[in-house]
Design a protein around this ligand. Structure first.
Ligand SMILES: [Zn+2]
Length: 478
């Protein structure tokens, strides 16, 4: 065994070091495809972390009935676990190892991990650094407030704790408002988890609701709107249906929240979008909802629900939506087409013709159109920033760890640690300021800031190329 470890060390010395987060190519066997391994918390692991790993297969590779085993092979040998690959819908197959390794007993230094895929027989190694615990990450823990409507969770020492009274009153108000609009109540208080870091666009809903409430809120979401949106998702899930296509899941949440990131006139904005030539054909949008241009998709989905409710009433829309059956060909547009014919005697294509003709008649002003264009540009830039400099925050990468067990174990670093290099701080402040400009109608200022970010981004090394810097050095003083 000792000889084996020396051999591994020799390989380490002779080869350039791979790093978790980068494609595993440095030490990979020639026959294995390129898997991507990400670790959480990010952007680095430190002694004391309960580490999680995610393995993503190359696009198009079918790994049904395959699993992957994860082991530490240096400086000690320990099998950490085995995970099955699962299909990712419009994304590649992935396998996840949540909270698989308690690093408390390991020392800081170089760690070598081995991944073995069976039955394919591929295996490769990844080299990571386990760092000393960062001094600023001490004493933070989960705290909870039990309300009638909901159970509010937050991390001590964060903005959520400082503004807890506000979060409590807005949560109570929005649960009530969404329940009244949807004529239903939750069987038990919903868990609302306020996170100190940005994830995605700031809100996610499953069985529990995750809302970003960071000090620098560069997604610029309106708190009432995002809470309402996520609560609608939770109630919608409760009401159920045999098959709920994403275009209507999101369309309903945006429609009932009267806006996407802010309260806004979805119909006027969709008319402005159409006039800009940025309209997305509905059948393609339904079949590829999440990969489509995000803001346009949500806006059109909300306007489409508005249109159907205006034509047929909310109850008839709700009956239609909850009657949609799983499509035989796996395409959402097929499922919607069938249900439209059964409920409203119209095909999806004919409905879209009417919808476009209706949009063409809707008034909008030049300011609204500028706002729509800049909203799309701002959030496209925000996502580019996340992909380059905080990939764990990019909405398609976010790993929520929905199991309440992580809170019971006291794990906070998945949410209290994130990249805070000077370049992250500068760009996040610029995104925040550009978003505030947009809300206030200062379009020239928003555009100047946006141009500045877009000019800077390509010149900044991506996160995986940056040196380790655990100590947070604030560039801005409140
Ligand atoms: Zn949503």
């Amino acid at each position: 065994m000792i000889l084996m470890q020396w051999l591994i060390l020799l390989v380490l010395i002779l080869q350039p070091l791979g790093q978790v987060g980068a494609p595993a190519d440095a030490l990979q066997e020639a026959s294995a495809p390129s898997f991507i391994v990400r670790s959480e918390p990010s952007p680095y692991l430190a002694v004391g972390d309960i580490a999680s790993f995610e393995v993503t297969a190359p696009p198009g590779l079918d790994l049904s009935e395959h699993s992957v085993t994860l082991s530490v092979i240096h400086p000690f040998i320990q099998e950490l676990g085995r995970a099955d690959f699962f299909p990712g819908g419009d994304r590649p197959f992935r396998a996840r190892f949540p909270f698989v390794w308690d690093t408390g007993a390991a020392g800081a230094g170089t760690i070598m991990l081995q991944f073995s895929v069976t039955p394919a027989g591929w295996s490769w190694t990844e080299v990571i650094r386990l760092h000393s615990p960062p001094p600023q990450e001490t004493d933070q823990q989960w705290a909870v407030v039990q309300l009638d409507c909901c159970t509010v969770h937050y991390v001590t020492g964060t903005r959520a704790e400082r503004e807890l009274d506000l979060l409590i009153s807005v949560s109570e108000e929005q649960v009530l408002k969404a329940s009244e609009r949807m004529q239903t109540v939750l069987p038990e208080p919903v868990n609302i988890i306020f996170l100190p870091r940005v994830i995605g666009h700031g809100g996610f809903a499953g069985q529990e609701l995750f809302i970003s409430y960071p000090d620098v809120n560069y997604t610029n979401l309106n708190l009432e709107v995002v809470l309402h949106h996520e609560i609608v998702h939770r109630l919608d899930r409760e009401l159920g249906g045999p098959y709920r296509p994403s275009i209507f899941v999101e369309g309903l949440a945006v429609y009932l929240s009267e806006g996407h990131y802010q309260e806004e006139d979805l119909v006027a904005r969709s008319a402005a979008l159409l006039d800009l030539g940025l309209y997305l054909p509905l059948q393609d949008l339904a079949n590829n909802f999440y990969p489509s241009q995000h803001e346009s998709g949500y806006m059109l989905a909300g306007a489409l629900v508005h249109y159907l409710v205006e034509m047929h009433g909310y109850e008839a829309f709700d009956r239609f939506y909850r009657s949609i059956q799983p499509p035989q060909d796996g395409r959402d547009a097929t499922a919607i087409d069938l249900a439209l014919q059964q409920n409203f005697a119209i095909t999806f294509a004919a409905l879209e013709e009417q919808f476009i003709a209706w949009l063409e008649e809707q008034p909008f002003d030049a300011d609204e159109q500028t706002n729509v264009r800049l909203t799309i540009e701002l959030y496209d830039t925000l996502r580019e920033y996340q992909q380059r400099l905080d990939p764990s925050a990019y909405f398609r990468n976010v790993w929520l760890f929905p199991d309440p067990a992580n809170r019971e174990r006291g794990i906070v670093t998945n949410w209290t640690r994130w990249p805070r290099y000077p370049q992250n701080q500068v760009i996040e402040r610029l995104l925040e300021a550009a978003g505030q400009d947009l809300v206030a109608g200062r379009y020239i200022s928003a555009e100047v800031r946006l141009d500045f970010i877009r000019a800077m981004l390509p010149g900044i090394p991506t996160l995986i190329e940056l040196p380790y810097q655990p100590q947070f050095v604030p560039l801005f003083i409140e």
